[in-house]
Design a protein around this ligand. Structure first.
Ligand code: IVH
Length: 677
């Protein structure tokens, strides 16, 4: 039986629509529909293709899930060699490069360069024939690489088909596959929790994920791609400059980096380098330098290349974000949920813009894998927002007496025998709230800003009240008297009064904050808010079964089990009753529903430092008025509130034409909105 004309058409429409959404998402970082709607389109297409297998096409967007594992990679020859780049490590080396360019071209004037970030991933060559992706290969030795077509097809950012005008019959697109930092961090956290080896850096993560014989594994990794060049091209007239090439690549549906500028002459080049270096920490992906390419292709042609690098380009590398230092001690910390974490105390070292003195070693397996010992010299790395880490031990500097660190068998705080659950990498103290370390951490969490927001109750004070056994549960905080507070070390009468006032103020909260404050395992701010919105009442959450809980967006079986287990404990239920008995309350979620709030449906992004408010205060005030505050700017954003040192988000707002407000503008808008309440 052949498929009806209507089915053929519907499949065609769905493919086009999905491809368009892929472009909005990957190329412009501006999704036009919610993820759930996108998933529904994909499911419909998958269903139609399953029912009509004769209509499956290799470049349908459904074909990105990976295929059968390979036994080895095929070697393929690049149609045109993939070159590498010469490096310049300082201004002088860059100036020498610029001089060589001008000498060879016999020009005295400034040369125009395209300035691009040097993306820290791995180079890839994509062969498109008649606009269809037919082959993808790694760089290899530059002449021959490994064929990774199936893996590359799983990367959403890489179009399976090019779009637009003037498509060459055959073209090799060159670019970089990389793993953006948020995905890298998430992947490593998950790996550590499962006792697996995390990736040392985003570049290894990208290479390790792409070079998988099983493309289904690649499909699960959050890889991205930017194109920046081409190899062989047949059958079309091409742009005249590298800058125009970027425009054409984007028109063909290929993602390109938006941090590209033109610079003429040494002074502008130095400035462009410095600007990118400053921006580096704000970018959601890792870059390790700046690439300068002679902009004019005719000049590039005249310059040619030597051995494996072009004479028309250079990579100006950033200084290393890795430094050596010494491990002074290894301690273990007991976390809020009893997790025992080994921590290396370092001789202070300035790296990646901050002084690092402590580095987590995550867990026992990870510490042994890196074989970190007291007295060792280690390489510490800090990139972007990534938390500092020990990359490796400098074995040649190890002292003979350096002993392997043994994890304790008993909790260093309460003495309970430590446990390790099968399949988990973490060792835990099972004593829960009978362990003072866990009480301290849970009280700190309870009073933290995003939880009950008890101002003035700093870590030092919490440590004292728990050590003196004045506080065993969060509810006890509310029973301490003025005398008890002011009797603490370094506590003036005024501070005691301030704490009492803050405690009183904290009694009026929201269900979401209260839930978050309880410190249920795996229930972060977002999950707490989803639970509150879904159930509306604390009672309903306490009574909910694992199945009921799994109905909530963002709650999976494990989180659901943690929630049920939490409320099953008599101790936890009595703490909750005690907290309600001292007067902690929240508005009914239904009545506070954002239904008739004046800023309902408006989406805000906050960036930079505001002159008087913190971003959290602004967020809270906006949410109170029904607005939604998100972390990234897209076409759906209504307003971007920008303070001092606003960076990429502000730039994006300007590019997308999103209205930008100062704090003053925000306050004006909010006060007008409040009048409507
Ligand atoms: S151009 C001649 N542009 O750097 C052209 N490469 O050290 C050579 N890279 O293998 C490549 N960002 O993996 C070019 N904007 C960029 C780049 C870039 C990162 C990588 C690429 C290349 C390596 C050379």
């Amino acid at each position: 039986m052949t498929a009806s004309e209507a089915v053929v058409q519907r499949i065609q429409m769905l493919r086009e629509e999905i491809n368009q959404h892929n472009r909005s998402y990957y190329q412009y970082d501006a999704p036009k529909i919610p993820d759930a709607d996108y998933d529904a389109l994909m499911r419909e297409l998958q269903l139609l293709e399953t029912e009509n297998p004769e209509l499956i096409s290799p470049h349908s967007p459904t074909q990105r899930v990976g295929s059968e594992p390979l036994s080895s990679f095929q070697q393929v020859e690049h149609q045109q060699p993939m070159l590498s780049l010469d490096n310049a490590f300082n201004d002088e080396e860059f100036e020498a490069f610029d001089k060589r360019v001008r000498d060879r071209l016999a020009i005295r004037d400034d040369v125009e360069y395209l300035v691009e970030p040097k993306l820290d991933g791995l180079a890839i060559s994509l062969l498109y024939e008649q606009g269809v992706l037919v082959r993808a290969a790694t760089r290899g030795d530059g002449k021959k690489g490994e064929e990774v077509t199936e893996n590359v097809k799983t990367i959403g950012a890489i179009p399976l088909e090019l779009t637009g005008q003037n498509l060459p019959e055959t073209i090799e697109i060159r670019g970089e596959v990389f793993m953006p930092l948020p995905g890298f961090q998430k992947h490593n956290q998950q790996a550590l929790a499962l006792g697996e080896k995390p990736f040392a850096n985003p570049r290894n993560a990208a290479a390790g994920s792409l070079r998988q014989l099983d493309s289904k594994i690649t499909a699960k990794r959050p890889l991205a791609f930017y194109s920046y060049g081409m190899g062989l091209v047949e059958g079309e007239h091409l742009p005249a400059t590298q800058k125009e090439l970027f425009t054409v690549l984007a028109q063909w549906g290929l993602p390109v980096c938006d941090q590209v500028t033109v610079a003429s002459g040494i002074a502008q080049c130095h400035q462009a380098y410095q600007q990118l270096e400053k921006k580096r920490a704000l970018l959601p992906y890792e870059i390790d330098g700046v690439v300068f390419k002679v902009n004019d292709f005719a000049l590039q042609e005249r310059l040619g290349f030597v051995s494996r690098a072009p004479r028309w380009a250079i990579a100006r590398k950033f200084p290393a974000q890795e430094k050596m230092t010494e491990v002074k001690a290894i301690d273990v910390q007991v976390g809020r949920t009893g997790a025992i974490t080994p921590v290396a105390r370092l001789a202070p070292v300035f790296v990646g813009g901050v002084t690092v003195t402590n580095v987590t070693l995550h867990n026992e397996d990870e510490m042994h894998r890196k074989d970190v010992r007291v007295g060792d010299t280690v390489i510490v790395r800090r990139a972007g927002d990534v938390i500092p880490e020990i990359v490796s031990v400098v074995q040649g500097k190890r002292k003979n007496e350096a002993k392997v660190f043994q994890m304790p068998t008993h909790c260093p705080v309460c003495g309970s025998k430590l446990e390790r659950t099968e399949g988990e990498a973490v060792i835990r103290c099972p004593a829960g709230l009978f362990c003072r370390a866990q009480i301290k951490e849970s009280i700190k969490h309870f009073s933290s800003r995003k939880a009950m927001d008890i101002d003035g109750l700093g870590d030092k004070i919490v440590e004292q009240v728990v050590s003196l056994a004045l506080v065993k549960t969060p509810a006890d905080l509310y029973y301490l008297t003025q005398e008890q507070w002011s009797g603490l070390d370094r506590m003036a009468e005024k501070s005691a009064n301030n704490i009492l006032a803050a405690l009183e103020k904290s009694k009026s909260t929201t269900l979401a904050k209260f839930l978050y404050a309880l410190g249920i395992r795996e229930v972060g701010e977002v999950t707490a808010a989803s639970l509150a919105a879904h159930f509306g009442q604390l009672d309903a959450i306490q009574r909910a079964s694992v199945n009921d809980l799994e109905e909530v967006p963002d709650v999976g079986p494990i989180v659901a089990q943690h929630i049920v287990a939490f409320f099953e404990l008599e101790h936890n239920r009595s703490v909750i009753s005690a907290l309600q008995a001292v007067g902690i309350h929240w508005p009914n979620v239904e009545t506070a529903a954002q239904a008739d709030r004046p800023l309902k449906g408006k989406v805000f992004v906050l960036t930079g430092t505001l002159p008087t408010m913190t971003r959290d205060e602004a967020k809270e005030a906006l949410e109170e008025l029904g607005a939604k505050v998100t972390g990234s700017v897209s076409k759906k954003t209504d307003f971007v509130v920008a303070g001092e040192a606003a960076g990429s988000k502000l730039k994006k707002a300007l590019t997308l034409g999103v209205e930008v407000l100062s704090e003053e503008g925000l306050i004006k808008l909010m006060s007008e909105a409040s009048r409507a309440l």
